[in-house]
Design a protein around this ligand. Structure first.
Ligand code: C5P
Length: 408
């Protein structure tokens, strides 16, 4: 997806072994459509060469405020005025300490200080040893950077180059690009609290078998990312799927419809939007066998009794807050045919203001989809497009239907 098309990013590298990831980050930003101008500190040059970064960005790299390639010899002004954002990745503990004091004794810090703050956001991807990260001085500096208007993207957790394990790794390049993309999204859902169900449910029949639905969870996860990027607080209640949780999204894992029902209903009080995207099993076994049901040669297959699962969406839609419009409910319908008729009927049956129809078999497991939006006034089709692009459109559409969030 070309989500950074037209964006010019100044990518600043400071001294840290995570510079090796900045090469990949540069590619990832360019793949997303951005143009990238690399600026490096002297320490960064100890870890990666200008040649590598120039080859990947397709632009000469700047390292010095005395660089006479800039006509007016003011690289710090020229470079920052052309940028849509300055991204420091990796940002060392030392560089963060420097930024909070407004020190400007090299090109990158000078440029951060000289940038027009309202027009050119500063995004920081810290990288350092776990003890350095945990040190009160670093934590204080990060808080101060945020107070000064910078966006601190956080750090990853795991094995570090020094051999220790803990917090402080630089986020992976794709996560950083995702955060940059998210930063540029309009904050249409600021102050909203969005609860989303995603994926299938799994209804055990015995300890090894179960009843489930064909759902990869991709649509619900894309919605969570789009809602987060639009500024909402997001809780994602997910059935068993093999997908990474979008950064900053609160995820609750469940297996069965009953667990999903409980996870949703216990979190309704603070939610202002509920999107039921999960493919919930309609029935579960009346009796779950404690032992594996064995195939018996020469005998007929076992018969099973099923009972109906609670309808999560229909229950939530009856909630007084949903009825008063304080909790906006959106349902999904995965159909195999007659989408328009089925989706319209389902909207009325579930009692929700908005229902999204899609043809299940043509989208299961895929990255793209076509959505039919059905409300009381009529229908509107969006797509075909990627699930993320559709999610952004859907979140925009939902945002327009919401009451403004209550002031805290
Ligand atoms: O009735 P059907 O399963 O086709 O309805 C689909 C919509 O209802 C989806 O939004 C789905 O997440 C929701 N649903 C639910 N609980 C169920 C069954 C469906 O929330 N038990």
């Amino acid at each position: 997806m070309n989500e950074l098309a037209g964006k010019h990013i100044v990518l600043g590298l400071t001294g840290g072994v995570a510079c090796y990831k900045s090469a990949e980050l540069c590619r990832s930003l360019i793949k997303a459509g951005a143009t990238v101008q690399v600026v490096m500190t002297e320490s960064a040059e100890q870890f990666i060469t200008k040649t590598t970064m120039q080859s990947l960005s397709g632009r000469p790299v700047y390292t010095s405020q005395w660089d006479d390639r800039v006509a007016n010899n003011m690289a710090h002004i020229e470079l920052s005025r052309q940028a849509h954002a300055v991204l420091i990745a990796p940002c060392s503990a030392d560089f963060a300490a420097k930024l909070i004091h407004g020190r400007a004794d090299d090109l990158l810090s000078l440029m951060c200080l000289a940038r027009p703050r309202d027009a050119v956001p500063l995004l920081i991807a810290p990288a350092m040893n776990r003890e350095m990260w945990a040190h009160p001085a670093t934590q204080r500096n990060m808080a101060q950077l945020e107070a000064d208007g910078a966006v601190v993207l956080g750090v990853g957790q795991g094995e570090q180059a020094c051999g220790e394990t803990g917090d402080g790794r630089m986020l992976e390049p794709d996560s950083i690009t995702e955060a940059v993309v998210g930063h540029f999204q309009p904050k249409l859902m600021g102050g909203q609290s969005v609860l989303i169900t995603a994926g299938p449910t799994f209804e055990a029949l015995d300890p090894v078998r179960g009843l489930t639905n064909r759902s990869s969870g991709k649509m619900g996860f894309a919605l969570a990312r789009a809602a987060r990027d639009a500024g909402a607080r997001v809780t994602l209640v997910s059935g068993p799927v093999a997908l990474a949780t979008p950064d900053g999204v609160d995820r609750v894992d469940v297996d069965s419809a009953q667990q999903m029902f409980e996870a949703v209903t216990s979190r309704l009080e603070t939610a202002t939007v509920f999107i039921a995207c999960a493919a919930v099993a309609d029935w579960r076994a009346e009796q779950v066998s404690e032992e594996k049901v064995k195939k018996q040669v020469g005998k007929a297959p076992p018969t099973m009794q099923f009972v109906e699962n609670p309808d999560i969406l229909a229950t939530v839609a009856k909630n007084p807050r949903a009825q008063s419009g304080d909790l906006f409910c959106v349902g999904f319908a995965a159909e195999s045919h007659d989408l328009m008729t089925n989706a319209k009927a389902k909207r009325e049956r579930k009692g929700v203001p908005l229902l999204i129809g899609n043809i299940g078999p043509s989208t299961f497991g895929r990255d793209d989809n076509t959505l039919l939006l059905v409300d009381a006034k009529g229908t509107r089709e969006i797509g075909p497009d990627s699930k993320l692009a559709l999610s952004r459109l859907l979140i925009q559409d939902i945002a327009q239907r919401l009451k403004p969030p209550a002031k805290p």
